[in-house]
Design a protein around this ligand. Sequence first.
Ligand code: HAM
Length: 423
Amino acid sequence: MSSIQIPRGTQDILPGESEKWQWVEQIAKDICSAYQYKEIRTPIFEHTELFQRGVGDSTDIVQKEMYTFKDRGDRSITLRPEGTASVVRSFVSHKMHGLPDQPVKLYYLGPMFRYERPQAGRFRQFVQFGVEALGSDDPAIDAEVISLAMNIYKKAGLKNIKLVINSLGDPESRTAYREALVNHFKDGIHEFCTDCQNRLEKNPLRILDCKKDRDHSLMKSAPSILDFLNENSSNYFRMVQNYLTQLDIPFEVDPNLVRGLDYYNHTAFEIMSNAEGFGAITTLCGGGRYNGLVEDLGGPETSGIGFAFSIERLLAAIEAEGLDIEFTKPLDCYFIVLGEKAKEKVVKVLQDIRLNGISAEMDYLNRKMKAQMKAANRLQAKQVVIVGDEELDRGVAVLKNMESGEQKEVEWNKLFDEIKSVM
Ligand code: HAM
């Protein structure tokens, strides 16, 4: 029979690789714990309407990239393409605005699904780590969220990263800017791609983000959002920058940074990799403020800010920077078992010491001593216990320290302490 292939844009994470995932995920979780962000888990599928309303009907994600299907009850269901809409839905359904501790600070980790053209750093199933802080419009929380992302990357060892920020302003500033953009582009829009022609009325900001038309002269002469920010918006943006400076986080302001989702206002940011050989897609992380989203999804007026990044791109950046990280842990102890009687004894001892937090392994293939020793070496065992019938009869086992090569006989009742003393 022919074998079955993995779907395009997905991948298996095998042992050897999965340790890397666990390592970076743990860094992100530890930092969230220090910053007091608590984990939330939401379903992998939601009603399609959530993303139409939450992410925005005119976005590429909703128009072209969603995995949407009818379930057996004829409901339109979508595999989540991102996490923010689900978190906000959950915030509203559980009335989290009423919790005593505000802002509500959440993080999530899980697979997201987008029907995109697969390439390096772009998958159809990818794992996002994200945070959302809901219930505060203090610019200091914007800086906290941005610094949290930056510190995850720093803790993972990345050096070649760049933070880019922008302000998309409040609705008043956005409306003024939108109008200016439509006026700027409308006479030449027929020279742009069909996507941009559609964007002119629906979402002109997205034209600035178009990869196909990026060299068009109208792009370079386009008005800047920063000239359209009203006083409130520009003060807000200035304060975010002040706080970032206080936190010693360098940044660049890019007025063309518009982000691909509709819910943003005020602060928008991306973290890019500058590492050589990272590939065409350099964005590691994206986020921003979304003050109207809770209301759009049926909740009370609540401000929010967050970000998400994929583990795939973080690991690609670690690889591109050539960081020397020890992902796999060596084995504490390998039992070389010679004979059936020895095995009977060892299965129980193995269980006891594993339950005491020591990683231990034994042979299950009845291999010869030499092959078992090779296995112990492959697993980088720190110690090896050799158990043969003759030693068993005398109530001892042979303990070998693999680093020093030193070998000695140890009584069974002292074995645990001996193993522990070397760890
Ligand atoms: P996004 O910019 O669509 O924003 O995605 C955030 C990050 O997810 C990207 O920077 C990238 O690391 C990763 N990502 C997106 N698509 C793919 C893909 N096809 N393959 C691999 N990685 C991918 C959001 O999703 C917003 N929900 C972020 C946010 C949270 N804004 C506020 N709160």
